[in-house]
Design a binder for this molecule. Structure first.
Ligand SMILES: [Zn+2]
Length: 227
């Protein structure tokens, strides 16, 4: 890289963020291979690493497999960009809003996944119906109020829909999952696709029996589970 890099920037996290961006395609979370973004927060410095624009190419002319460390942008927690080498995804304000609202989160995955996007199109929440949904994602997965891609309101609406959950649906757009590490955030993306697919098929059968969080585990096992 031919630039003076801020000494707080961790090259390993630039690499990890690039790997996460490639994972969007590899793990099937951007089925058409043209959209979505990943961010990481360094708990030591508070800096936020986020997918950038590949070689300045606009979507959909990017190949997600080509993303490398030098294509990742870096921000201060207040939103100041400290990576002069590339521009960041247009959804950066949403990622930053999630970190401001959720001190427990160090990774945000924004994807355009097949099954969860069906709820985004329908404008429907995913009701709580399986134990693993509650344990990994939270109770009902809510669809946020609609905001155009890149709009400053998107962050507010997604934070509202997330609450303390680890997943939310972006109306007419896609999905967001978040977690303490990149591995957890992607695991939650898998869980979200899993529960979205199962719920759609249950709806096709004609019935979705919901459950209450307090009924998932036997009472003597409830201690230490998600609130
Ligand atoms: Zn998007």
């Amino acid at each position: 890289m031919e630039f003076e890099m801020d000494k707080r920037i961790n090259r390993l996290l630039l690499e990890q963020c690039a790997q996460g961006t490639r994972w969007l395609l590899d793990k099937g979370f951007t089925p058409s291979g043209d959209s979505g973004d990943v961010s990481l927060r360094d708990p030591n410095t508070g800096l936020i690493y986020i997918s950038g624009f590949l070689k300045g190419l606009p979507f959909p002319y990017v190949d997600f497999h080509d993303f490398r460390a030098q294509d990742m942008a870096v921000f201060e927690p207040d939103g100041t960009k400290i990576s002069p080498w590339c521009d960041a995804t247009i959804e950066t304000p949403m990622h930053l809003a999630i970190y401001r609202a959720r001190p427990d989160v160090n990774c945000v995955v924004h994807s355009h996944p097949l099954w969860a996007s069906i709820f985004a199109i329908a404008g429907m929440d995913i009701p709580l119906s399986l134990a693993e949904q509650y344990i990994n994602l939270g109770a009902e997965i809510r669809t946020a109020r609609y905001a155009p891609a890149g709009d400053m309101l998107m962050g507010e609406y997604i934070v509202e829909a997330l609450g303390s959950n680890n997943a939310a649906i972006m109306a007419n757009h896609g999905a967001v999952t978040c977690g303490p590490t990149m591995e957890f955030a992607f695991r939650y993306s898998h869980f979200l696709e899993n529960i979205a697919q199962k719920t759609i098929f249950a709806k096709l059968l004609g019935q979705v029996n919901t459950i209450r969080p307090e009924d998932i585990l036997a009472e003597h096992l409830m201690e230490g589970t998600r609130p």
